[in-house]
Ligand binder design. Structure first.
Ligand code: C5P
Length: 279
């Protein structure tokens, strides 16, 4: 039987996200704190003999790219080509993470595809090379390849692990719509607001003080995301009324999160189409 393997494609939250500059390549300089969470897609693969990459997608709805543009298929093809491997791979993606949520779903699938192809074909790609391929695929892919909790700079690819005390739990709220990341970045004001210091958030993470954590989350993309998607303002107002001002946006949205410890907060009546997960 052909070798087969399975990978979890874990999502991320941006506990802190500041935009500190515009780059000549059209991207933005970020200071962000990524935190891996226990929400995931599942990617499995089987080695094939013909050098081709195929992908079957289950779940996730119409917004998930089914073809060669799917980031998992692109990642597998990139690593096979980079390694000069003559064999191919048949991928099967079970999609649970919503698209356009700021949870890094597509990037998580790509990171898992790099790990899967490397393992299945026993390529033993050096970790710096895998990191460079991940950065080619997208700004969030290097972190999702590594996991854990990291402070990131550059486009998001310059990673530094940060200490985490007693791990916080999170309520994650998923509005029933996605938001385009490119549209949110394009809606940033010409003059960026002054930088925000991530130190209070990093201290709260290290000490495990969940109140301080909720008070020090930050997302410089929030005003632009609200401008791009007016439905987000309705959801955010409603959940902040119910759960307090500590509810924050992850990435370019649409998902929101609230750190907590102990029993999960009572979400009450969520706005139409919004669902909650506890991680
Ligand atoms: O890198 P990725 O493909 O995930 O980025 C999606 C879009 O988000 C980019 O096309 C760009 O518009 C924006 N982006 C950015 N600066 C970053 C990360 C993403 O402008 N650091």
């Amino acid at each position: 039987m052909a070798p087969a393997a399975v990978e979890r494609c874990a999502a991320k939250l941006n506990l802190f996200l500041d935009v500190v500059g515009r780059r000549a390549d059209g991207y933005h300089e970020l200071v962000t704190v990524f935190h891996e969470i226990d929400l995931a897609d599942r990617l499995s693969g089987v080695v094939t003999g013909d050098g081709d990459v195929t992908l079957e997608v289950h779940g996730g709805g119409a917004a998930v790219p089914m073809d060669a543009n799917n980031l998992a298929a692109r990642a597998a093809r990139l690593l096979l080509r980079d390694a000069g491997a003559a064999r191919g791979i048949a991928l099967r993606l079970e999609k649970t993470l919503p698209v356009g949520a700021g949870l890094g779903g597509g990037s998580a699938d790509a990171a898992a595809a790099l790990r899967l192809v490397d393992r299945l074909l026993d390529l033993r790609t050096p970790s710096e090379r895998l990191h460079a391929l991940a950065a080619e695929l997208g700004s969030d892919v290097p972190f999702l390849l590594r996991g854990g909790t990291c402070l990131a700079r550059g486009r998001g690819e310059r990673l530094e692990r940060v200490p985490v005390g007693p791990p916080p739990r999170f309520l994650v709220l998923l509005p029933g719509f996605g938001i385009s990341t490119a549209a949110v970045y394009a809606a940033l004001p010409r003059e960026l607001p002054p930088p925000v210091d991530p130190a209070p958030l990093l201290r709260a993470l290290a000490s495990g003080d969940v109140r301080a954590l909720a008070a020090s989350t930050h997302n410089a993309l929030l005003p632009a995301a609200l401008a791009v998607e007016p439905r987000l303002a309705q959801v955010l107002d409603a959940v902040r009324d119910q759960l307090g001002p500590g509810v924050q946006l992850t990435g370019s949205g649409s998902a929101l999160f609230l750190p907590f410890r102990g029993d999960p907060p009572d979400v009450g009546d969520l706005p139409h189409g919004t669902t909650a997960r506890v991680v």
